[in-house]
Design a protein around this ligand. Sequence first.
Ligand SMILES: Nc1nc2c(ncn2[C@@H]2O[C@H](COP(=O)(O)OP(=O)(O)OP(=O)(O)O)[C@@H](O)[C@H]2O)c(=O)[nH]1
Ligand SMILES: [Mg+2]
Length: 238
Amino acid sequence: MIEDRPLISIVMPIYNEEGILLSAVHDLLMRLPALDRPFELILAENGSTDNTAVIAAELAAKYSEVTTFSVGEPNYGLALRRGIECAKGQYVICDEVDICDVNFYWRALELLEKGDADLVVGSKAMPGSNDRRPMSRRAGTFVINRLLNVLLDFHGTDTHGLKAFSREKLLFVVQACVVEQDLFASEFVIRAGRSNAKVVEIPVNIVEKRPPSVDLVRRLPAVAKGLSRLFVAIRLGR
Ligand SMILES: Nc1nc2c(ncn2[C@@H]2O[C@H](COP(=O)(O)OP(=O)(O)OP(=O)(O)O)[C@@H](O)[C@H]2O)c(=O)[nH]1
Ligand SMILES: [Mg+2]
């Protein structure tokens, strides 16, 4: 039975994932009890054109720990943000359906619970990491990170993907973010780093359960727009 307030909220944006959603969630639900902490799993859907929303609703009906919502058009950042805002847990873990890395949860929770971090970022690009995605995706991550380093004075090695944080300490950062789509996750990490929060990167092993669902090239206009908006907001303060 779910407790009134879970300790951990796992927020997972989902979009056109009918191929792996059911098996990924079942697999995750089998492994989560080992954490020995009450949890909730929030499936944040928007704009899917396949059966993703229906499967998510069925999972929510079947498992008391699972909830789901759908918000309008495809928008990764908006889904993540809404999920974080409605999370009930003290700690929020952001994961992706093609990753579901419980090993990251363990390591991140240890840092959060000891007070050694307010935000733990799973880095695919720091020493010790092992990113087994296709070369084009790794190149994309490299280019985005260099742009964030140069344009936004970001000092870390990755912003997208696995994250865990104290909701109480970082909700104000989420609410200060101005971009949606893919760059929301980057803005969140960068703004957290510019606040007083303790941000710690840890290396992760990435093996995706399927190839990326959104074409890299089709994402470029939204990423370029988000980067210029972020430059104005963060560097020029407007
Ligand atoms: N709600 C929502 N979820 C999305 C959207 N796009 C992607 N997702 C979800 O976000 C997670 C990551 O999506 P992927 O397509 O694997 O993105 P990725 O290529 O791994 O991203 P990188 O690791 O940065 O290269 C998955 O759980 C997707 O279902 C979207 O528009 N809306
Ligand atoms: Mg992926």
